[in-house]
Design a protein around this ligand. Structure first.
Ligand code: F6R
Length: 602
């Protein structure tokens, strides 16, 4: 969602704040702003639109200062405009705040503040924070922040400045905040990736902590009791180049092309002498049932997890949207294992689902990309993806790494319960990156399909078995980045409704790779053809000959002997179709409208 960045040191903070915001822009891009303290007063500049627009308007003003906070917004309350953009100030412009999250009781707080004479100018929930801090301010910003937050319900990552104080006060509950430690300078950020140009030393704040950050240090306390919080300094393992586009036109394309390497990273060191090595600190041998919970693309991985774990480890698996799971009083038992899958590790609903599971004494495990993230720290144990930062708003490389890790996890479960491992599947898994490279080196057919169908208003994606979640993922990618309406279905379900949509203009993407369902898929293709639909098929091996006879367009992909592995390969052309259609339509698919990476509000 929104991104927060801050700097305190000896340098002019303006270019540093803008650089930080550019790295965070994928978190929200409807408006942005900065507040700079020059030792005498605070100057706030805000702009609707992208960071580049803010940068343009800053060029016209001569603002210099060594302390500053900045924000890039994804609107929750109030339309994207300059007034609603952050930073927000108190009535006198002496206090400024940037906020990530939602203040749930902002309406009564606003009423109370207005009765006391405060002038609230925006439609946001966040502005009340500036006025509450003003209300409690008596010469100590940290104390005022603590008092203000005591009467606030909801989630916040907050950074505050006062014109008379040489420090930034930050606080967190539910929204990530990291303090970056530099030399004679400190930074704050909602995202580790944005710190990389300055430092790799980071302190991850936990919920209900407040920090007072000066250029030479920081003191972190518990919001509730004022006790000092013991914190360890972590090293961010990502390289600065990983958050740059390099030679690629877009992050989405870069991340699609990174997949052979990111899958290798997910497997590295985890397969030794035909055995699976995962440092899971949980006894999985007694687990009776697994519940996987996630959102969006990660939920598609979770669905695949059901197929993969049930097939390879013979443990029953249920899959739930995190937002539904957490609020429907799920029946969880102590011998259940609840698995959260999340790229960011910050998705509010997934975090809420894990907390619900913990309250019911289930064991919890995270399959997470972002080291040190909230979910990673909340679960009993975890498996990191090691996919590197995913900046493109549409998830690509995280998805394939999640599936690779789920395969490892399924094999690990089997092994832990005394089952023999099939050497072929391990060998095949290690060969997947090379197969993806092959697809990525042969994209001309995919590009021409994208060109041909870029103006289609609708798409259907159909698959069976493990290819059903792939169909869902293909449809989601297309919707997100090209704004074309797309639906994914199990191919057999088509007859129960969606078939009514098929006419001569409807492109239908079939996942028609060789597995035990191929003949059934061929029948489904016939059914679509009989109604004039246009067939685009992903096929492989000998099966592609049969598919070719029916399909107008065919994308051939390398085969795998084990159907559990085919989703990682089959999804690649679907990611590329979505990318190239968006590109052909002139859409910036790294910042699709209305979307933001990392959904930290419910
Ligand atoms: C889709 C996409 C989203 C995320 C979802 C969960 O391309 O990126 O659907 O998958 O918001 O995010 P994480 O995995 O960070 O929990």
């Amino acid at each position: 969602m929104c991104g927060i960045f801050g700097y305190i040191g000896d340098k002019n903070c303006v270019p540093i704040l803008i650089g930080g915001l550019k790295k965070l822009e994928y978190r929200g891009y409807d408006s942005a702003g900065i507040c700079v303290a020059d030792g005498c007063r605070l100057t706030v500049v805000k702009k609707r639109g992208k960071i580049a627009d803010l940068e343009g308007s800053l060029r016209l003003k001569k603002i210099i200062g060594t302390i500053g906070i900045a924000h890039t917004r994804w609107a929750t309350h109030g339309e994207p405009n300059e007034v609603n953009a952050h930073p927000h100030t108190d009535c006198c412009g002496k206090i400024a705040i940037v906020h990530n999250g939602i203040i749930e009781n902002y309406a009564p707080l606003k009423k109370l503040l207005e009765q006391e004479g405060h002038k609230i100018v925006s439609q946001t929930d966040s502005e009340v924070l500036a006025h509450l801090i003003e209300k409690f301010y008596a010469g100590d910003l940290e104390k005022a922040v603590i008092q203000a937050l005591k009467i606030v319900d909801g989630a916040f990552g907050l950074a505050a400045l006062h014109e008379n104080e040489d420090r930034i006060v930050v606080a967190r509950r539910g929204s990530p905040l990291i303090v970056g430690i530099g030399k004679n300078e400190m930074l704050i950020s909602s995202d580790a990736a944005a710190l990389l140009n300055h430092t790799k030393k980071a302190v991850y704040m936990a919920d209900n902590e407040v920090a007072s950050v000066t250029k030479n240090g920081y003191i972190i306390k518990h919001l509730n009791g004022g006790r000092l919080a013991a914190k360890k300094v972590d090293k961010i393992k990502w390289a600065a180049a990983q958050v740059e586009k390099g030679d690629f036109a877009h992050f989405m394309l870069k991340e699609i092309y990174e997949q052979p390497e990111t899958i290798e990273n997910a497997l590295r060191g985890r397969i030794k002498h035909g055995r699976i090595k995962l440092s899971i600190e949980l006894n999985v041998s007694t687990v009776r049932r697994i519940i996987i919970t996630a959102c969006g693309t990660s939920w598609h991985s979770a669905l695949l997890g059901k197929y993969i774990i049930e097939s390879l480890a013979s443990i029953p698996v249920e899959v739930d949207y995190a937002s539904e799971f957490r609020y429907r009083s799920p029946l969880i038992k102590r011998d259940d294992l609840v698995v959260a899958i999340s790229q960011s590790g910050e998705t509010a609903d997934t975090l809420g689902a894990i907390r619900e599971a913990k309250e019911k004494f289930a064991k919890t495990l995270g399959i997470i990309n972002t080291v040190g993230s909230s979910i990673a720290r909340d679960v009993d144990s975890g498996i990191y993806l090691h996919a590197g930062p995913e900046i493109g708003v549409a998830s690509t490389k995280a998805f394939t790494s999640q599936v690779a890790v789920l395969i490892l996890f399924a094999l690990y479960l089997r092994q832990a319960r005394g089952g023999a491992l099939d050497k072929n599947i391990i060998g095949e898994l290690c060969g997947v990156p090379q197969k993806i490279r092959h697809i990525l080196e042969n994209t001309s057919g995919i590009k021409s399909i994208a060109q041909r169908f870029k103006n289609s208003p609708n798409f259907l994606y159909l698959g069976r078995g493990v290819n059903f979640p792939v169909a869902l993922e293909g449809a989601l990618k297309l919707k997100e980045v090209s704004y074309i309406h797309a639906e994914g279905y199990p191919a057999a379900e088509m007859k129960h409704g969606p078939i009514a949509l098929i006419d001569k203009k409807m492109p239908v993407v079939f996942l028609a790779t060789e597995d035990r369902f191929l003949n059934k898929i061929l029948s489904n293709i016939h059914e679509v053809k009989a109604r004039g639909g246009i067939i685009i098929a992903v096929a492989n091996g000998n099966g592609s000959k049969k598919v070719r006879r029916l399909a107008e367009h065919i994308i051939t992909v390398p085969s795998t002997l084990k159907s559990e592995l085919s989703p990682i390969i089959n999804v690649i052309p679907l990611q590329l179709i979505a990318y190239y259609i968006a590109n052909a339509k002139g859409i910036n698919m790294d910042k699709p409208r209305n979307l933001a990476k990392s959904v930290t509000v419910e």
